[in-house]
Design a protein around this ligand. Structure first.
Ligand SMILES: [Zn+2]
Length: 70
């Protein structure tokens, strides 16, 4: 099982492979408590990454993307 976790610092989503307890944010380097910040779960890595893309795209629509530096 994979969890889609949201970083509490930069709000972007990433995938954690359960039963992983913490995940380091690939964007800002913050440690994410997997249990606390899980937004969804997916049965495999492919659907998990699809959800991450969807969630991050949604953030972009909400205007949080202005915080994202490319
Ligand atoms: Zn982050």
């Amino acid at each position: 099982m994979h969890a889609i976790v949201q970083c509490p610092k930069c709000f972007r989503h990433t995938v954690a492979k359960l039963p992983q307890k913490t995940r380091q944010c690939p964007y800002c380097g913050a440690r994410i408590n997997v249990e606390k910040y899980t937004r969804a779960t997916a049965p495999d890595a492919i659907s998990a990454s699809e959800l991450v893309k969807k969630f991050n795209a949604k953030l972009a629509h909400q205007g949080i993307d202005k915080w994202f530096k490319k």
